[in-house]
Design a protein around this ligand. Sequence first.
Ligand SMILES: C[S@@+](CC[C@H](N)C(=O)[O-])C[C@H]1O[C@@H](n2cnc3c(N)ncnc32)[C@H](O)[C@@H]1O
Length: 292
Amino acid sequence: MSAPLKTDFSGQTINMVLRRVRDTLADAGIDTADLDARHLVRAIGPPKTDILCHKDQKLDAAQAQHLAGLVEKRAAHMPLAQVLGRWEFWSLDLFITKDVLTPRPQSEHLIEAVLQRTDKAQKFNLVDLGTGSGALMLAILSERPAARAVGVDLSPDALKIAQKNAVHHNMQKRTDFVLGGWDAALAKAPFDVLVSNPPYIARREIAGLHRAVRDYEPHMALDGGADGLDAYRQIFALVPHYVRSGGVFAFEIGADQGAAVLALARAMPALRQFALTCDYGGRDRILAGRVC
Ligand SMILES: C[S@@+](CC[C@H](N)C(=O)[O-])C[C@H]1O[C@@H](n2cnc3c(N)ncnc32)[C@H](O)[C@@H]1O
């Protein structure tokens, strides 16, 4: 049995608390203990101020209790974004809960792929299949003020978060959400752009994922079927029905899936001009192209 956490922080200064939170998280096996401690302590400060700039200030009872709750969740390996309830993606502050995947930095390459294929003033409509928190569609809309987007997800709870994020960024008039499977927004086609970061983990690999992902992130956001490619097979067949001729598609893919996903895309006669983009670690991450 692991030792109980020592999380009574009342009356202690920010400086002392920072060290204690860091040590508590490190003891719990959190690799990013130092950075996470800063995020957690910052979260108990008043809005729009940085409590870390007041290192001699002492925590009051309410702050101490709030912090203890956050530390206990993170020490149990709940992802930091879920503990904080917020996460930044493409400079957008997004609400995050257990019902949505925490947007990953590598997904920003998908945003770049779409921005490279569209113009700033272009009026276009986009569909985001498996929108989760809405991260992809909202990031693109933030850069393309004349564009509109439809987010699709099989999870009603995820869609609620995506909608909340759209309102938070004042994009409710440019967004729409459809509950259902990959084909759920076909009635709204044709679109100019289709994006998707579908579940792509091979089922047998899920048990070996880091516990913060395996135990806390939605299974529906991870499970890509026996070989991880189920969603690509299903969505590639739908792309010509969703996207008008000359339109753009961009998919996030697993780091080792470049060749397999490219082969699936090449087997679809309507898809062309393929480009695979790597992340900063040199791993395949995005497959983009056009519909003929
Ligand atoms: C990997 S997450 C991506 C979330 C978000 N787009 C992002 O990039 O952060 C995949 C999303 O697809 C949704 N999903 C899984 N299977 C689906 C299906 N058959 N039809 C529609 N959405 C599905 C999940 O609920 C989840 O929100």
